[in-house]
Design a protein around this ligand. Structure first.
Ligand code: ADP
Length: 494
C-alpha cells in the first residue's frame, strides 16, 4: 500500500472551483461535467460546462476591463503579473496537488515543477513591460514619424490538458503585460488547476482582466473563436482542431497563434557522450509525463557504432523509473490522461507489434497498489526496427512510446529526421562542433538543441515549422509580434 505523502485536496476546495471565473469571481454554471482522477478512476469534482452564453459573459467582462487595464503604465501591468507569480508560488502545494489529481502526472517529477515553471513565466513577462517599444522612422526631416505598439483587445486562449498551467501562462502572461484582457478556455480533462491559478491571479488583477471558462471544444471553445469581440486566438492542441480554429479565425480575419504538436527527432552521433545522451533521451521523451509532450523526442536515431549500448542503457534507465500513485513523492511516472488516450496509444503499440522486423521493449512495472485503478497506467515502450513509413514514426502518439533506429549514413539520417509534416523540436548529440553546427542548420524544426533536450523555457522563442503550427511563444518576440498591433503615427508641426 502506497503511503500518500500529501493528502488529496479537500472536496470543499474543489467545490469552490465548480464554476467559471468571470469578472473576478467564480460564478456557478447551469451545467457541469465530472472530472476524473485518472489514477483512481474516481470523480474528483464537477467542472462548469460552458456554453456560448457563458463565453459571451466572460468576453463582455474582459471587454469592460480591457480599456482600464491598457491605460495602466506597462510596467505597472508587468508588476501586477509578476506579483501573480509570487501568489502562485505561495499556493504551489495545493495547485500542484490539483494538477496531479486531474492529470495523473506525478507530483514530484511533473506537477510541482509545472507550477514553478508557470510562475517563472509570469515573472519573466512581468519584467518586460517596458519593452513594449515602438520605433522612430527616418521618413522626412520635417516630420516626426513613429510606431507604437497597442494591445489587440480581448485575447482568447484555448488550452490542452498535457501541461495546462505552463501553456496557460505562456499565452496569458504576454497578452496581459501587453495590455490585453483574456478569456481562457481550459481543457475539459484538466480544468481545476488552471482555474485555481486564475482565481489566485484574479485576487491581484482588476476584475475581468482574466476570465476562465471550462467546457467542451464544440460548444465552449468554438464559441470563443466565433465571438465577434475576441481579437485573437492563441491555441495549443491537436492539428485537426488547429485547422478548425484557423479556418474560423480566417472567416473573422483575426490573428492566431497555433502550437500543434510534433514528431521530434533526436540524432545521436557515434562520438556522443553516451550516458549523457541516454539521460537526455529519458528527459527528452518526457517519460515521467508518459510521453504526453509536443516536443517528445519520439524518433531516436542512434549511430550503429553505439546503437546496442544506447538501447541497453536506455532500457535500463527507463526501467529505473517508478510508476505509481501520482500523489506519492516516490513516484516518477503517473498515468496517461484518459481512456481515449490510452486506447489511442494501445492502437499504435498493436500496430508496432504487428510490424515485421520490429521489436518492442517494455520497461518497468505496473503499480500493485490496490487503491489505484490500473487502467490508465501505461508501461513505457521502446520500439526498434520500425520502418520509416510506419505510423509510429510519422504520427504523434502522445504516449510513452519511443522508436529507436540505427544509422550509418549522415545524409540519410538528416533526410529521415526532416521527412516529417511536423517541425517542432530536434536534438543532436555529439562532441564534434562542426557536425553539430551542420546538423542544427539543416534540421527543419523551430527548437533545435545540441547535447540537451530542455522543455520550453522563458526567453527562448518556441514555435514549430510546418504542421507544428504558427507563431512563437515564451519570448519577448512572442509578446511583441503576437499580442500587439503596430500603429504608425506621423506628426507635422501644424
Ligand atoms: P487534445 O488532444 O489535447 O485533447 P484537442 O485539440 O482535442 O487536443 O483539444 C485542445 C483544446 O481545444 C481543448 O481545450 C478543447 O476543448 C479545444 N477544442 C476542441 N475542439 C474545438 C473547436 N472546434 N473549437 C475550439 N476549441 C476546441
Amino acid at each position: 500500500m502506497t503511503i500518500l505523502a500529501e493528502k488529496p485536496a479537500p472536496l470543499s476546495a474543489l467545490a469552490a472551483l465548480e464554476g467559471h471565473l468571470i469578472d473576478g469571481a467564480i460564478v456557478p454554471a447551469a451545467a457541469s461535467f465530472p472530472v476524473l482522477n485518472p489514477a483512481t478512476g474516481k470523480v474528483i469534482g464537477q467542472a462548469a460546462r460552458g456554453n456560448a452564453g457563458d463565453v459571451a459573459a466572460a468576453v463582455a467582462a474582459a471587454r469592460r476591463a480591457q480599456t482600464g487595464w491598457a491605460a495602466l503604465a506597462a510596467r505597472e501591468r508587468g508588476r501586477l503579473v509578476a506579483a501573480c507569480a509570487t501568489r502562485l508560488l505561495e499556493e504551489k502545494k495545493s495547485v500542484a496537488r490539483l494538477l496531479a489529481m486531474e492529470t495523473g502526472k506525478a507530483i514530484r517529477t511533473e506537477s510541482r515543477p509545472e507550477v514553478v515553471t508557470a510562475a517563472d513565466i509570469l515573472s519573466f513577462y512581468g519584467g518586460l513591460g517596458s519593452e513594449l517599444k515602438g520605433e522612430t522612422l527616418p521618413f522626412r526631416p520635417d516630420l516626426l514619424s513613429v510606431t507604437t505598439r497597442e494591445p489587440l483587445g480581448v485575447v482568447g486562449a484555448i488550452l490542452p490538458w498535457n501541461v495546462p498551467l505552463v501553456l496557460m501562462m505562456l499565452k496569458i502572461a504576454p497578452a496581459l503585460v501587453a495590455g490585453n484582457s483574456v478569456v481562457v478556455k481550459s481543457a475539459e480533462e484538466a480544468p481545476f488547476a488552471t482555474l485555481e491559478a486564475g482565481r489566485l491571479m484574479a485576487e491581484l488583477l482588476p476584475p475581468g482582466v482574466i476570465n476562465i471558462v471550462s467546457g467542451f471544444g464544440e460548444d465552449c471553445g468554438a464559441a470563443l473563436v466565433a465571438h465577434p469581440h475576441v481579437a485573437k486566438i492563441t491555441f495549443t492542441g491537436s492539428q485537426p482542431v488547429g485547422e478548425i480554429i484557423y479556418g474560423a479565425a480566417a472567416a473573422r480575419i483575426i490573428p492566431v497563434t497555433l502550437e500543434l504538436g510534433g514528431k521530434s527527432p533526436m540524432i545521436v552521433m557515434a562520438d556522443a557522450d553516451l550516458d549523457h545522451a541516454i539521460a537526455g533521451a529519458v528527459a527528452g521523451m518526457r517519460f515521467t509525463r508518459q510521453g504526453q509532450s509536443c516536443t517528445a523526442a519520439s524518433r531516436i536515431y542512434v549511430h550503429a557504432d553505439v546503437y546496442d549500448r544506447f538501447v541497453a542503457g536506455l532500457e535500463q534507465a527507463v526501467r529505473g523509473l517508478k510508476m505509481g500513485d501520482p500523489l506519492d513523492e516516490a513516484t516518477d511516472i503517473g498515468t496517461v490522461i484518459s481512456p481515449e488516450q490510452k486506447e489511442r496509444i494501445d492502437a499504435y503499440i498493436a500496430m508496432g507489434l504487428q510490424t515485421p522486423g520490429a521489436r518492442a521493449i517494455e520497461c518497468g512495472m505496473l503499480p500493485d497498489d490496490p487503491s489505484l485503478d490500473p487502467a490508465l497506467f501505461a508501461l513505457p515502450i521502446l520500439f526498434t526496427g520500425l520502418p520509416e513509413d510506419s505510423p509510429l514514426m510519422r504520427e504523434e502518439i502522445f504516449g510513452p512510446v519511443a522508436a529507436i533506429t540505427s544509422w550509418t549514413d549522415y545524409e540519410a539520417v538528416i533526410a529521415a529526421a526532416n521527412d516529417s509534416d511536423f517541425g517542432l523540436a530536434a536534438s543532436i548529440w555529439t562532441n564534434d562542433l562542426s557536425a553539430a553546427l551542420d546538423a542544427t542548420r539543416r534540421i527543419n524544426a523551430g527548437y533545435v538543441q545540441v547535447n540537451q533536450n530542455l522543455t520550453i523555457q522563458p526567453n527562448l522563442s518556441y514555435g514549430g515549422f510546418g504542421k507544428s503550427g504558427l507563431g512563437k511563444e515564451a519570448s519577448l518576440e512572442a509578446m511583441l509580434e503576437h499580442f500587439t498591433r503596430k500603429k504608425t503615427i506621423v506628426f507635422a508641426a501644424a
